[in-house]
Design a protein. Structure first.
Length: 298
């Protein structure tokens, strides 16, 4: 049985409401308020929201009522903006960037003009730059990360340097299971620097294999899109694959010091219940769309 379209919006609305509750009743950890305390466990609503955001965006882009109108792109952009506003308040710039680039990939695949994509991307860059300038007390850490990334002598590069050292120490075969020291020396290494830990303990061969697995999964998803006649399924699969691959390479880029630190988890592998649940939902939707011959029920 395929996933009914009618349940997508309620699921998105539920996760969005949970995200909106974070600034009100959320739990603050190390200066960031991103979690809800549900007594038995902490939940990060954004991890649940991401896959359903893609599906709702595609529903807007493929709506028959808006098929001949550019208004659908405006609606989808407003939906993105409402989520970004909540994320910026947490603050969580890394996830904001992830959602923006995934949204751009999704609307581009839907057939939007490059001019629209460039325009929306310019608005995002201008908005982020304005926030950095107008609210330095809240977003000063972002400026510090950018400065330290551009010029390592002017900032604290301990985490990035430790991750690179761990990857170098691991070599091809690694130091051995449990023999790595990165997880004990860097805060949140079990989430944000998991690929560096794997490289240190199991070697670069295993890390490269993991990367190839993610690439192969994304390739198979996109290959399946070619055989799909349903535009909703086709664009949804491309959007979900973009979300998976962008998050993977942002995580790897941070670990290898190719991009500034963003605090991004690696799907399926990073520690954290919310991240695993979000990854499971993503995988479940992809399997639902690719393994069924019949399409969505209206």
């Amino acid at each position: 049985m395929c996933m009914p379209k009618k349940i997508i919006l309620p699921l998105f609305a539920t996760s969005f409401i949970l995200l909106a509750l974070v600034p009100i009743i959320g739990v603050e950890v190390k200066g960031a308020k991103r979690w809800l305390d549900l007594y038995f466990f902490r939940l990060q609503p954004l991890e649940l929201l991401k896959p359903f955001f893609i599906l709702v965006t595609v529903q807007i882009l493929t709506s028959e009522k808006l098929q001949s109108s550019k208004v659908k792109y405006l609606f989808s952009f407003l939906l993105l903006a409402s989520i970004i506003i909540l994320l910026i308040d947490q603050p969580d710039l890394g996830q904001s960037i992830l959602l923006v680039v995934t949204w751009i990939a999704t609307v581009f695949i839907s057939g939007v003009s490059l001019l629209f994509v460039f325009g929306f991307f310019s608005i995002f860059l201008i908005s982020i730059s304005s926030l950095l300038v107008l609210m330095p007390e809240k977003f000063g850490y972002i400026i510090n990360r950018l400065i330290s990334f551009i010029d390592p002598t002017k900032g604290d590069k301990f985490q990035s340097s430790s991750a690179l050292d761990a990857i170098r120490l691991g070599g091809l075969k690694g130091q051995g299971m449990g023999e790595g020291i990165l997880k004990e020396s860097v805060p949140e290494a079990h989430t944000d620097y998991i690929i560096a830990i794997i490289s240190e303990e199991y070697g670069s061969i295993i890390s490269i294999t993991i990367i190839l697995v993610f690439l192969y999964i994304s390739f198979r998803i996109i290959k399946n899109c070619v055989n799909q006649d349903d535009q909703f399924i086709k664009i949804s699969l491309c959007g979900l694959a973009s979300l998976l691959i962008f998050q993977t390479f942002i995580h790897i880029g941070v670990n290898t010091n190719l991009i500034p630190t963003t605090g991004m988890t690696l799907p399926f592998l990073s520690y954290g219940g919310s991240s695993l649940i979000g990854s499971a939902i993503l995988a479940g939707i992809i399997l639902n769309f690719t393994k069924n011959k019949s399409y969505l029920y209206e």
